[in-house]
Design a protein around this ligand. Structure first.
Ligand code: SAJ
Length: 446
């Protein structure tokens, strides 16, 4: 029985007759919705935020920041009526396929509460039609599909005497490249029913040009959380090596350059911290999925080290000021960079927020500048006029090409603390600055 409904579904996908519901129209759901609409599927977008739905219905992109192609594609697919958005979950009854693209944050104890995921799954289960395929695209801890999603679907399917299919296909989008990553990055189509996984490949082949692999639910969940955890652990290694370089009097960048000449080595960049919506969270999802059976050492330690970088930067700032006889209470300090990533306006989990929280109550005046973040786009010369210390938190291009000799004339005290090695330390010292940085030891000179 089940596989015959899957044969039907496969045929409908092939003929683009499938109606697809996308639950959650945020950074991930919206690009997925317009991508499927663009290739001819009828797509129903569901979101709990009326203002977001209203904007989308008017063909207006509710997502901040520059997303190449998204505005045009949204307006085109709304006009063509291939895509429509609503807050009414009952629309799901029409859908053959339902993807879930809701947020899956972890709480203060790094535990995923899945409030949005559970709520969405309940609403889907109450409205989905017989034989519907539910695909979890949100990043979840290994085991979540089987232990959180499936029990809810089972309960309602039993009560309603209907069948359903369950898969997961975690997304790999990235702010600023939402549509490009969706099309160009490989994905895993996971299901505990191999026929469902193959049907998912048929579906995603319409919008993904890269490789589509099939696997089971837990492997797909593990793949996504592990790939981001791998990055976090590698950034933590770079940060710890940088702290060693500071201690023994070396330049981390030079050590990194030489280490990376060794085959198979790729030391990442040490810095002022790790922000964003994926890297700080996904290791905790992986750890949660591991359960208590595994006494994890590396993954939590890496997270704690990366999270400590803004605090270390604040301590370095304090030490630098006092080394010049400046009482931090009298200091005027500028934080350069508020977003979590260079050339981005995304401030989620930004390390800058942490250092600002620490320093603001300690200094006489704390100024913040970021060319991309609304509210912080003051002119650099204004921000730096009369400061004692500039702290570089983000490696925006604007900070990589400063006119140091000119800036030297407007600083009250010429101190720079560079959390991203955005400024060449030799040029800074030639211009008369006292320059310190994460990973640059006292004698550090290459
Ligand atoms: N960071 C470092 N050192 C590094 C790299 C990054 O300190 O060597 C910091 C960044 O400053 C930032 C944070 O880590 O604060 C995250 O940076 P990121 O380059 O990992 O950017 P994200 O958070 O947008 O990560 C995304 C992820 N992509 C998806 O989830 C689909 C991640 O898996 C990718 O590896 C990453 O983009 C990428 O490679 O660009």
């Amino acid at each position: 029985m089940q596989n015959s409904t899957l044969d039907l579904l496969a045929q409908k996908i092939h003929d683009k007759q499938t109606i697809i519901a996308i639950v959650g129209l945020g950074y991930v759901g919206l690009p997925v919705a317009v991508s499927f609409s663009k290739v001819g599927f009828k797509v129903l977008g569901i979101d709990v935020k009326p203002d977001r739905v209203e904007k989308i219905q008017r063909g207006i992109n509710p997502i901040e920041g520059k997303e190449p192609g998204l505005d045009a594609l949204l307006s085109e697919t709304i006009k063509s009526a291939h895509f429509s958005a609503t807050t009414d979950y009952s629309a799901i009854a029409e859908a053959d396929i339902i993807t879930v693209n809701v947020e899956t944050p972890t709480d203060i104890n790094n535990i995923p509460r899945y409030t949005a995921l559970k709520s969405a799954t309940h609403s889907i289960a109450q409205n989905m039609k017989d034989g519907a395929l539910v695909i979890i695209e949100s990043t979840v801890a290994p085991g979540t599909c089987n232990q959180v999603v499936k029990p809810i679907l089972e309960t309602y399917a039993g009560q309603r005497s209907i069948t359903y299919h369950l898969g997961t296909c975690p997304e790999r989008v990235m702010p600023g490249r939402l549509l490009a990553n969706l099309q160009d990055l490989s994905r895993v189509c996971g299901s505990d029913n191999p026929v469902v996984a193959e049907v998912m490949v048929l579906l995603y082949r319409n919008i993904v040009k890269a490789e589509l692999d099939t696997s089971n639910l837990v492997t797909a969940e593990l793949t996504k959380t592990a790939e981001n955890t791998f990055r976090d652990v590698n950034i933590a290694f770079a940060n710890e090596l940088a702290l060693i370089c500071q201690s023994v009097g070396a330049d981390f960048l030079e050590v990194r350059r030489l280490v990376n000449k060794s085959p198979g080595r790729n030391v990442l960049l040490a810095g002022a911290g790790v922000g964003g919506h994926c890297i700080p969270k996904d290791p905790w999802l992986l750890a949660y999925g591991a359960g208590n059976a595994v006494d994890l050492k590396v993954i939590p330690a890496a997270r704690h080290l990366n999270d400590s970088m803004p605090e270390r930067m604040a301590k370095m700032a304090e030490n630098l000021l006092s080394s010049q006889g400046i009482n931090i209470r009298d200091a005027i300090v500028a934080v350069l960079g508020y977003s979590y990533l260079e050339e981005s306006d995304d401030i989620r989990n930004s390390p800058s927020e942490k250092i600002i929280e620490i320093l603001k109550p300690l200094v006489a005046d704390l100024r913040i500048q970021d060319p991309y973040v609304p509210g912080y786009q003051s002119k650099l010369e204004e921000t730096l006029n009369g400061v004692d210390l500039a702290i570089v938190m983000v490696s925006h291009d604007a900070y990589r090409h400063l006119n140091l000799p000119t800036l030297k004339t407007i600083f009250r005290t010429p101190l720079i603390l560079d959390g991203r090695r955005a400024i060449d330390h030799k040029l800074a010292e030639e211009a008369g600055f006292i320059y310190t940085a994460i990973g640059l030891g006292k004698q550090g000179s290459s």
